[in-house]
Design a binder for this molecule. Structure first.
Ligand code: SF4
Length: 383
C-alpha cells in the first residue's frame, strides 16, 4: 500500500479525463458566478511553488511504486489494463492520487491538467518555475493545460504569456459563458466581453492554444437571442482554437436558482436551447475554430465540427432534430439522457427505441412529476 498522497482539486475539463492532475491553486478567486456551484463555500488560496514541487516529487514516487507493483504482479514494469483494473478495484489500498497517476500512465503519460479554476493568477515567474520543474521530472509530457479566468488573463502581457508557453503551457481553457455584456453582469461573471476579447487575443498571439467555453441556455427566455448573437460576435473577434459548449443545469446551490424561484429567470426547454444553439452557430463567422460538444449535459453531442467548412453540416443536424415529431422527440430526449442513444441516427435502431418506449411507459405510470422530472433528475446526476 502506498504512503504517498497528492492534493487533488475537484474538476477538470472532459477532454482531460486521463490527464495527470496537478493542483496549483485551490478553488476559485472569484467564486461569484451565479450559474456555478463548483467551489461554492470553499475559500480560494494559492499553493506555494514548494508545495506544488513536492507534489511533482510525490508523483515521481508514485510512478516508481507503480512500476514496482507491475513487476511484482508479473507485468514487466508496464502499466497494463489488468494492473490498472486491480488498482481501481482495490481503491481502499490506493488513494485517489495514486489511482489517477495509474490512469495517466496507462493512457500514455503525455497530458497534464493544472487545477483549479484560475491558475494564471500566479505570478509569471512562479508558473514558469513550476512548469520547468514538471517538464524536467517527466520527459513524456507533451501537453499541459489549465483553466483561467478571462479577466486574469487580460492582465498578463503577451510577452508573459509567451514565456509561460515556452516553459510548457500548451492550452488555456477560458469560461466565456456568454459574450453579451448585460448577461455577463446578470450572472455576475465579473468580466466584460471586451476583456474576454483582449484575453483571448493575447492567448492566441502568445502561441498558447485557446479553448473557450459557452453555456447553452444561459440567456433564459429573456435574453436567449442576445446571448447567442453576442457570444458569436465575441468569438468571431477572438477566433479561438476550440469553442466548447455545455448546457445550463441549475442546482439549488447556485444563486441563479433563487432568480428562477422568484420567476425572474425563466429556463429554456430542450428545443429552445437547440434553437439558441442554432442561432449561435449561424452567427459564427470568419473563424476557423473547432466546435466541440463534449459535455454530457448537451442534448446534441454530435453537433461538432471545424468551422467554417462544417457549419452547414452542424446546422442541418440541428434542423433534423427540430423536425422530429413531438412523440419521437420525447423518446430521443429520454434515450439520450438515459444513455441509450448518442446520435439522432440511434432513433432508427428498433431495439433501442423499443427499450426507451418501455422506460417511458414505466415513467408515465410510476414517476411523480412525469418524464420532465426524470429528465431533470438525470441531468442533475451528471453534474
Ligand atoms: S470563474 Fe469559473 S470557477 Fe469561478 S465562479 Fe465563475 S464559473 Fe465558477
Amino acid at each position: 500500500m502506498t504512503k504517498v498522497n497528492l492534493e487533488q482539486g475537484r474538476i477538470r475539463p472532459p477532454s482531460e479525463a486521463y490527464s495527470l492532475l496537478l493542483r496549483m491553486t485551490r478553488n476559485c478567486p472569484w467564486n461569484r458566478c451565479e450559474f456555478c456551484h463548483t467551489y461554492k463555500g470553499e475559500r480560494f488560496s494559492l499553493r506555494t511553488v514548494e508545495e506544488v514541487k513536492e507534489d511533482v516529487d510525490a508523483i515521481r514516487e508514485i510512478v516508481s511504486e507503480l512500476k514496482a507493483l507491475s513487476w511484482k504482479q508479473g507485468f514487466g514494469g508496464e502499466i497494463t489494463t489488468p494492473l490498472v483494473n486491480h488498482i481501481l478495484q482495490n481503491s481502499e489500498h490506493y488513494p485517489e492520487g495514486f489511482r489517477s497517476v495509474a490512469l495517466w500512465l496507462h493512457s500514455d503519460g503525455k497530458n497534464v491538467f493544472l487545477q483549479d479554476g484560475d491558475n494564471l493568477i500566479l505570478k509569471t515567474s512562479q508558473l514558469v518555475e513550476i512548469l520547468n520543474y514538471l517538464k524536467k521530472a517527466f520527459s513524456s509530457i507533451e501537453r499541459i493545460t489549465t483553466y483561467a479566468r478571462g479577466k486574469t488573463v487580460s492582465k498578463k502581457t503577451v510577452e508573459e504569456l509567451q514565456e509561460i508557453h515556452r516553459a510548457g503551457l500548451s492550452r488555456i481553457h477560458i469560461g466565456l459563458e456568454t459574450g453579451y455584456d448585460p448577461l455577463l453582469q446578470y450572472v455576475k461573471k465579473g468580466v466584460t466581453g471586451q476583456e474576454q476579447i483582449d484575453a483571448g487575443k493575447k492567448v492566441k498571439e502568445s502561441g498558447i492554444s485557446l479553448s473557450e467555453y459557452v453555456v447553452l441556455g444561459l440567456g433564459g427566455k429573456r435574453m436567449w437571442r442576445e446571448h447567442a448573437i453576442g457570444t458569436a460576435m465575441v468569438l468571431n473577434q477572438i477566433n479561438p482554437d476550440f469553442i466548447r459548449v455545455r448546457t445550463l443545469k441549475v442546482l439549488k446551490i447556485m444563486p441563479l436558482y433563487q432568480k428562477i424561484e422568484k420567476g425572474e429567470f425563466i429556463l429554456l426547454n430542450d428545443d429552445e436551447i437547440v434553437r439558441e444553439e442554432r442561432l449561435f452557430i449561424e452567427n459564427l463567422e470568419g473563424i476557423d475554430s473547432t466546435f466541440v460538444s463534449d459535455h454530457i449535459l448537451n442534448l446534441l453531442e454530435e453537433i461538432e465540427g471545424k468551422l467554417p467548412e462544417e457549419k452547414g453540416k452542424m446546422l442541418a443536424l440541428i434542423d433534423r432534430y427540430l423536425a422530429i415529431p413531438a412523440e419521437e422527440k420525447i423518446n430521443f430526449r429520454l434515450g439520450r439522457r438515459a444513455g441509450f442513444y448518442r446520435t439522432i441516427d440511434d432513433l432508427s435502431n428498433p431495439v433501442l427505441k423499443h427499450q426507451v418506449e418501455e422506460a417511458l411507459g414505466r415513467i408515465e405510470k410510476e414517476a411523480s412529476g412525469g418524464v420532465e422530472r426524470v429528465l431533470s433528475d438525470l441531468m442533475e446526476s451528471f453534474i
